[in-house]
Write a protein that binds this ligand. Structure first.
Ligand code: 13P
Ligand code: ZN
Length: 269
């Protein structure tokens, strides 16, 4: 028995999470338990689901998130591997419900798998998105090799320095990651401080932000779209590195060429 039985729409969302988890492993971005995924599945919760008992005691989120009362999330389990989640999403993740006090969650299905240690960042961002009326329902944290490598340089941590370089490598990067790449200075993984800094960076008008010397955090309408934004950015970083490995600094598209893209395709920046 699974909460996904006879709920094809909800199952469709979890199937997409499993598919993306497989890509993260194939990309080499998900060593061991690296990375996490959460999806706000509240719109797929029905009355029978709402009547289900919790299978864990309420546990504190670490923050009070006023827009999340009664919301439902699929969460990767802490310590669980993406490569295992790809095969068995409900054994390597769980569905949680936020309690009425907006400060705790309880696990409802299928198994008492404790959610990701990065839950404060994920839930704080979902709360922020709901407050803004955003259609975004998915958030992804992963460890893409080339993007993380960039954050080991103070020069690339400067606001929009990496964005400009990555956008200029291939036109698709700006077209499909049109807000660019925000930068969050190093903070302790799983901390509330990291959650607050992540929201601040996203509020500065980015869908994708780097956690310095750690990984990337991306939001989008669904998990496939969030993955695509990270994928195009990391591809651009690889092109930059390939040019450097060939012994030259890549030219990059010109500012005029990038402005033209924004005009013709109606991009926000
Ligand atoms: P979890 O296994 O708790 O999801 O942690 C993985 C991770 O990447 C922490 O930043
Ligand atoms: Zn991480």
């Amino acid at each position: 028995m699974s909460i996904l039985d006879n709920r094809p729409a909800l199952k469709g969302q979890i199937d997409k999470v499993a598919e993306v988890a497989g890509y993260l492993w194939q990309k080499g971005w998900a060593e061991r338990n690296g990375g996490n995924i959460t999806v706000n599945v509240t719109e797929w919760a029905d009355d029978a689901m709402r009547a289900l008992p919790a299978i864990s005691a309420p546990r504190p989120i670490g923050k009070t998130l006023p827009h999340l009362a009664g919301c439902w999330f699929y969460c990767k389990g802490t310590g669980k591997r993406m490569r295992d989640l790809a095969r068995e999403p409900m054994a390597n993740g769980s569905i949680i419900r936020i309690t009425a006090d907006c400060a705790h969650y309880e696990i409802v299905a299928d198994q008492p798998v404790a959610p990701t240690s990065e839950l404060p960042s994920h839930l704080a961002v979902h709360d922020y998105l709901l407050a803004k009326g955003s259609p975004y329902r998915a958030s992804l944290h992963t460890h893409p090799i080339e993007l993380v490598a960039l954050t080991h340089s103070k020069a690339w941590m400067e606001k929009d320095a990496a964005t400009r370089m990555l956008w200029s490598m291939i036109p698709e990067t700006k077209a499909f990651c049109p807000r660019g790449l925000g930068m969050v200075p190093y903070m302790l993984p799983s901390s509330v401080e990291l959650a607050d800094a992540t929201i601040k960076a996203i509020d500065d008008d980015y869908d994708v932000v780097m956690w310095e010397k750690h990984g990337v955090f991306a939001v989008d309408a669904d998990i496939m779209d969030a993955f695509d934004q990270v994928d195009v950015l990391n591809k651009a970083a690889q092109i930059y590195i390939a040019s450097r490995n060939m012994g030259f600094e890549p030219e990059g598209m010109t500012d005029a060429q990038m402005r033209q893209l924004s005009t013709v395709f109606g991009l926000p920046k």
